[in-house]
Design a protein around this ligand. Structure first.
Ligand code: COS
Length: 403
C-alpha cells in the first residue's frame, strides 16, 4: 500500500504497526489478484471469510466484553487498520471482514457467556458467517420505527415481519434480529434476538442485486419460534444494543472509505506520471497537480478523523459524535477522490474491469449504510447541542452576545 506515514502518528501502539506490516504482506499475496467482480459472489465471500479466519485476521473483528455489557474489548484501531488495508486491495475482502464484526458485535457486547461461547469462536475462525438485521422496508434511517414483531408466548418468542438490505443475507449462519416486543413506545419497545439460519418460519424472501455486488437479501419471518435463550440482552433494550453496536463499527466504515480513497490516489499518481499528452505527462500540468493536492489533503483529513475516533474509543470514551464525523467526512471525501481519479483515467476510468471504475461503485453504498450521511449530521448536531446545554447548565460557557 502506498502512503503509510500515518503509522507514525501517536494514535498507534507498536503492536498496531506490527499488525499493519504483517497484514500488508498477507494482502499482497492473497488479495492483489482477487477478481474485481467475481462471477459467484456468494462463494467468493464464503471463501474470503474462511481465508481471513484461517489467517487469524477475523479474531480482531470479535471482541470480549467487560462486566455489565455494552463495553467492548475490540481494538478499534486494529479493526480500522485491517479494514483500510483490505479495502485497498479488495472491496469484497473488506466486506467479509466487516460483516463478521457487525454481525457478531451485539453478541460480543451483550451476549450471555453461553451465547458468546456458542457463536463467537466460530465467527473468529470463519466457520460461521454473521449478519446484522435491523433495517426494514419502512424503517431504515428511522430505525426505531421498525415493525417486525416479537410476541412472547409461554416461554417462546414468535417473530413475524420483514427485514431488508441485510448484508450476508442468504449466506449467513445466524442473524442478530431486532423486533418490537412492546415493553414501551418506539425505541423503548425493541428487543434483540439471535436467529439461526434454518430455524422454521425464517426464510430468505428475495436476493437483492446492487451496483457493487455482495450478498444482500430481504428476510421474512412467519411464526418463527425462538426459545428465550435466543434473546440477546434484556427485553426492551434492543434499540440501545443496536446503537452501541453501530457506535463500535461506524469508525471502521470510515477506515474502509479511507482504504478505497488511498487506492484511488495511488491509481491517480500512477496515471499522472505515465499518461503522455501534449508532449508531456499528465503530472506536468498544474490542473493535474491541483487535483492531486486536493485528493491527498482529503485523504489525510479523513485519516486524522478516523484514527482520532478509533483512538478515543480504545481509551474507553463514548465516541458517538467523533465516529459520526469520521464516517461522514471519510465516505463523502472518498467519493470525491475516486471521482477525481476517474477523471484522470478518462475513458479507461469508466471501463468495466478497471480498478477506479470498481472503486466508484464500491464507495457509493458507504455513504448510505450504517447510518446515511444525513443521519451522521443529525447525530453530530444533537451531540453538539447536548454538550453546549450541559456547559450552559454548569455555568462553564461564554455567552458571546452578553460580552
Ligand atoms: N448509544 C447508546 N444509547 C443510544 C445511542 C447510542 N449511540 N443512540 C441513542 N441511544 C438511546 C437514547 O439515549 C435513547 O434512550 P432513552 O430512551 O433511555 O432516553 C434511545 O436510545 C432512543 O434514542 P433517540 O431518541 O435518539 O432515537 P431516535 O429514534 O431519535 O433515533 C437515530 C436516533 C436517528 C440516531 C437512529 O435512529 C439511527 O442511528 N438511525 C440510523 C440507523 C442505521 O444506522 N441504520 C442502518 C442499519 S445498519 S446497515
Amino acid at each position: 500500500m502506498g502512503e503509510a506515514a500515518h503509522l507514525d502518528w501517536p494514535f498507534f501502539e507498536p503492536h498496531h504497526r506490527d499488525l499493519k506490516q504483517r497484514l500488508e504482506g498477507w494482502a499482497r499475496n492473497h488479495l492483489a489478484t482477487h477478481p474485481l467482480d467475481p462471477v459467484d459472489v456468494d462463494s467468493a465471500c464464503r471463501q474470503l471469510v474462511r481465508l481471513l479466519g484461517k489467517a487469524g485476521w477475523l479474531r480482531y473483528a470479535v471482541g470480549g466484553r467487560e462486566e455489565g455489557g455494552g463495553s467492548s474489548s475490540i481494538d478499534t484501531r486494529a479493526v480500522c487498520l485491517i479494514r483500510e488495508t483490505l479495502a485497498y486491495y479488495s472491496g469484497l475482502a473488506d466486506f467479509s471482514f466487516a460483516l463478521q464484526g457487525l454481525g457478531s458485535g451485539a453478541i460480543s457486547l451483550f451476549g450471555t457467556p453461553e451465547q458468546r461461547q456458542r457463536y463467537l469462536p466460530r465467527v473468529a475462525t470463519g466457520e460461521a458467517i454473521a449478519a446484522f438485521a435491523l433495517s426494514e422496508p419502512d424503517a431504515g434511517s428511522d430505525a426505531a420505527a421498525l415493525r417486525c414483531e416479537g410476541r412472547l408466548e409461554g416461554d417462546e418468542y414468535v417473530l413475524n415481519g420483514v427485514k431488508t438490505w441485510i448484508s450476508n443475507g442468504g449466506i449467513a449462519d445466524f442473524y442478530v434480529v431486532f423486533a418490537r416486543t412492546g415493553e414501551g413506545e418506539g425505541a423503548r419497545g425493541i428487543t434483540a434476538f439471535i436467529v439461526d439460519a434454518g430455524t422454521p418460519g425464517f426464510e430468505i424472501a428475495e436476493r437483492l442485486e446492487v451496483m457493487a455486488p455482495h450478498p444482500l437479501a430481504t428476510l421474512r419471518f412467519r411464526d418463527c419460534r425462538l426459545p428465550q435463550g435466543q434473546r440477546l440482552g434484556a427485553p426492551g433494550q434492543g434499540f440501545k444494543i443496536a446503537m452501541q453496536t453501530l457506535d463500535v463499527f461506524r469508525t471502521s466504515v470510515a477506515a474502509a472509505a479511507l482504504g478505497f480513497a488511498r487506492r484511488a490516489l495511488d491509481e491517480a499518481l500512477h496515471r499522472a506520471v505515465n499518461r503522455r499528452m501534449f508532449g508531456a505527462v499528465l503530472a506536468d500540468f498544474q490542473l493535474t497537480q491541483a487535483k492531486l493536492a486536493n485528493m491527498a489533503t482529503q485523504v489525510e483529513g479523513a485519516a486524522l478523523l478516523t484514527y482520532r475516533a478509533a483512538w478515543l474509543k480504545d481509551q474507553g470514551r463514548r465516541v458517538t459524535k467523533e465516529a459520526a464525523m469520521a464516517k461522514m467526512v471519510a465516505t463523502e471525501s472518498a467519493q470525491q477522490v475516486i471521482d477525481a481519479a476517474i477523471q484522470m483515467w478518462g475513458g479507461l476510468g469508466v471501463t468495466r474491469g478497471q480498478r477506479v471504475e470498481a472503486l466508484y461503485r464500491e464507495i457509493r453504498p458507504l455513504r448510505i449504510y450504517e447510518g446515511a450521511t444525513e443521519i451522521q449530521q443529525l447525530i453530530i448536531a444533537r451531540e453538539l447541542l447536548r454538550e453546549y446545554r450541559e456547559r450552559l447548565a454548569e455555568g462553564d460557557c461564554h455567552e458571546p452576545n452578553r460580552s
